[in-house]
Ligand binder design. Structure first.
Ligand code: DAT
Length: 172
């Protein structure tokens, strides 16, 4: 494997897509948005009436991604992380955003009251951070602030440095 695989996770709206796309553009790695992948391939298993959204078919998502993950160099973006094989990822970043900032971002998306409340609670209770710690080795799980444009720039630079070091360490 010439390049590592990176997981970007966190509550919807924390900035995974923004960071993932920019990182892919600057590193030459591939960017995979699991939500888009599922939509394109209709990788669903039923419909959640309460949340008014389709239910992800996690097994089919894993099957769909397996080949490219084994090649390396993939940045995966999803607001969940407990169903991916642990062996896929060399590092996991959980983005976090101040509640009031996140609230405004999700309001702009037109989320209804329940969806807004649930997502803000998800962020307050650090649900995705806990899920990441339960699913991956603690020493590869890192939280990154994602409140303002400087955070984005810092995160990109930090991750690019990490990729460079990983590549050096893994070249024979
Ligand atoms: P996600 O993919 O986690 O749902 P996103 O990348 O779509 O989130 O970002 C949600 C919104 O927040 C979008 O309008 C871009 C903005 N945003 C993302 N990261 C940011 C940052 N570091 N500073 C300011 N705004 C940011």
């Amino acid at each position: 494997m010439l390049l590592p695989n990176i997981l970007l996770t966190g509550t919807p709206g924390v900035g995974k897509t923004t960071l993932g796309k920019e990182l892919a553009a600057r590193s030459g790695m591939k960017y995979v948005n699991v939500g888009d992948l599922a939509r394109e391939g209709q990788l669903y298993d039923g419909y959640d009436e309460e949340y008014d959204c389709p239910i992800l078919d996690e097994d089919r998502v894993v099957d769909e991604l397996e080949n490219q993950m084994s090649e390396g160099g993939v940045i995966v973006d999803y607001h969940g992380c407990d169903f991916f094989p642990e062996r896929w990822f060399h590092i996991v970043f959980v983005l976090k955003t101040d509640n009031s900032i996140l609230y405004k971002r999700l309001e702009t998306r037109g989320y209804n009251e329940k969806k807004l409340k649930d997502n803000i609670q998800c962020e307050i209770f650090q649900i995705l951070y806990e899920e990441a710690l339960a699913s991956y080795s603690e020493d590869i799980v890192h939280q990154l602030p994602s409140d303002k444009p400087e955070d984005l720039e810092n995160n990109i630079n930090q991750i690019l440095k990490w990729i460079e070091q990983w590549t050096k360490d893994h070249s024979s």
